[in-house]
Design a binder for this molecule. Structure first.
Ligand code: NAD
Length: 417
């Protein structure tokens, strides 16, 4: 296996970790070829009529990476940088993530290259309906099930379900992360952030530490970051810094999270919160904290700043926030990284519960959802941790090895490897 380089694209970076695992598993070349490529990719033109009558030509993607273990599953991202390579990377991560938490899905991802914050609600709705119409031929309740990701939310899923249902009839299982009133699962909105803190706490306890004694910094205060903050606070962590696209804030005594949430609800950002010090956006990654939770973009911890990261535990709420080179640098320094495959898998785990509830037309109580989520994530974490300990490797390598082994086994049994 070649050494990682800093100019890897997101898909090359995820495949770097896959190939490390494949080396360890002595995976045959033919199997590697299948699992390092994608099954199907589509790029669709999404002409969008703006409120002023002008037409903007946008492009969207849906990539299905591997479906050996079940229907393709993965979010849809609305972001200016959502391109085919990024979507491929995120689709492949979904294959490994669904395998590591052992839910019966494959991996997929979608994206539209657009800044959703520049669009009105009516424009977002038209964009979403058009995008769904364009990809409707390859999605389906037993084929490929979208969900929210950066820049999309429960409302986006409601429009997606409605647009798909106009063609296919009532199909609540076509998307997850829907509003509860339309068949969404209780607990889904909080699930990814909740999952981050469940596995973070397992990891810090394994290091002999207690959340009550630990400081935490969170980059990103959207769905994942803000829910992680609420739950971490309740579990005893002292959250000293948070950031969003508008800026970063810091209070060494600890931020008052309920008050901050009220401020964000009013102003839409953490940036001008009055009861904290404003710091440089990127400084949040380098603060002297115990636990760092990147929960925004990929590729934020790189060769350039990895040496300045002071946290001893990094919990990857975001997908691929650490480049392969930075991953090796941090591992050499003994920093524990709870990889994205585990750290942010709470979302897809509760998406699985939502999908099963839709199929069975049955409704679970929130306590049941949260208890089942906790049980599954802790089990997945423990299996990965035990493998890492036994084989003297990192949690990320252990997770990729176990996931690749499971996907290869299913593909083999189907007879296409
Ligand atoms: P979101 O759109 O709800 O929130 C994103 C947050 O990141 C916002 O607060 C935004 O202001 C902030 N942000 C954007 N650019 C930033 C920058 N340069 N610096 C600092 N902050 C910045 O998105 P989300 O659903 O919370 O997703 C966040 C990450 O978690 C993504 O990497 C996503 O792939 C991953 N993830 C999300 C889910 C889910 O269920 N939503 C599941 C698994 C993984």
């Amino acid at each position: 296996m070649a050494e990682p380089t800093e100019d890897m694209t997101p898909f090359e970076a995820v495949n770097f970790f896959f190939h490390e695992a494949a080396d360890q598993l002595r995976m045959p070349d033919a199997t590697r070829d299948v699992l390092s490529g994608t099954y199907r990719e589509i790029r669709v033109q999404v002409p969008l009529r703006m409120d002023d009558g002008a037409i903007r030509t946008l492009y969207g993607y849906r990539v299905q990476h591997n479906g050996a273990r079940g229907p393709y599953k993965g979010g849809v991202r609305y972001h200016p940088h959502a391109d085919l390579d990024e979507v491929r990377a995120l689709a492949s991560l979904m294959t490994w993530k669904t395998a590591i938490v052992d839910v019966p899905f494959g991996g997929a991802k979608g994206g539209v290259q657009v800044d959703p914050y520049e669009l009105s609600s009516a424009e977002l709705e038209r964009l979403t309906r058009r995008y769904v119409a364009q990809i409707s031929y390859i999605i389906g309740t037993y084929r490929d099930i979208p969900a929210p990701d950066m820049g999309t939310n429960a409302q986006t899923m409601a429009w997606m379900m409605d647009a798909y249902g106009q063609r296919a009839g009532h199909s609540p299982g076509i998307v997850t992360g829907k509003p509860v009133a339309l068949g969404g699962s209780l607990g889904r909105e909080a699930a990814t952030g909740r999952g981050c803190i469940i596995v973070a706490t397992e990891a810090v306890r394994d290091l002999g530490k207690d959340p009550d004694d630990l400081t935490l910094a969170i980059q990103g205060f959207g769905n994942v970051g803000s829910w992680a903050a609420r739950i971490a606070k309740a579990d005893g962590y002292n959250i000293v810094a948070v950031s969003d696209v508008h800026g970063a804030i810091y209070d060494p005594r600890g931020l008052r999270i309920p008050d901050l949430l009220d401020h964000v609800a009013e102003t839409g950002t953490v940036a001008d919160y009055p009861d904290a010090e404003r710091i440089d956006d990127d400084a949040i990654l380098e603060l002297d904290v115990d636990v760092l939770l990147p929960a925004a973009l990929g590729g934020v911890i790189t060769k350039s700043n990895a040496d300045r990261v002071k946290a001893s535990v990094i919990v990857e709420g975001a997908n691929h926030p650490v480049t392969p080179l930075a991953d090796h640098m941090l591992a050499d320094r003994g920093v524990t990284i709870v990889p994205d495959l585990l750290a942010n898998a709470g979302g897809v785990t509760v998406s699985y519960f939502e999908w099963t509830q839709n199929i069975q037309q049955f409704h679970w109580e929130e306590d049941e959802v949260n208890a089942e989520l906790r049980k599954r994530l802790i089990k997945a974490y423990q299996v990965v941790r035990d493998y890492a300990r036994t084989h003297d490797t990192t949690l990320r390598r252990a997770a990729f090895i176990l996931a690749a082994e499971r996907v290869a086994e299913s593909a083999n049994l189907r007879g296409y490897l």
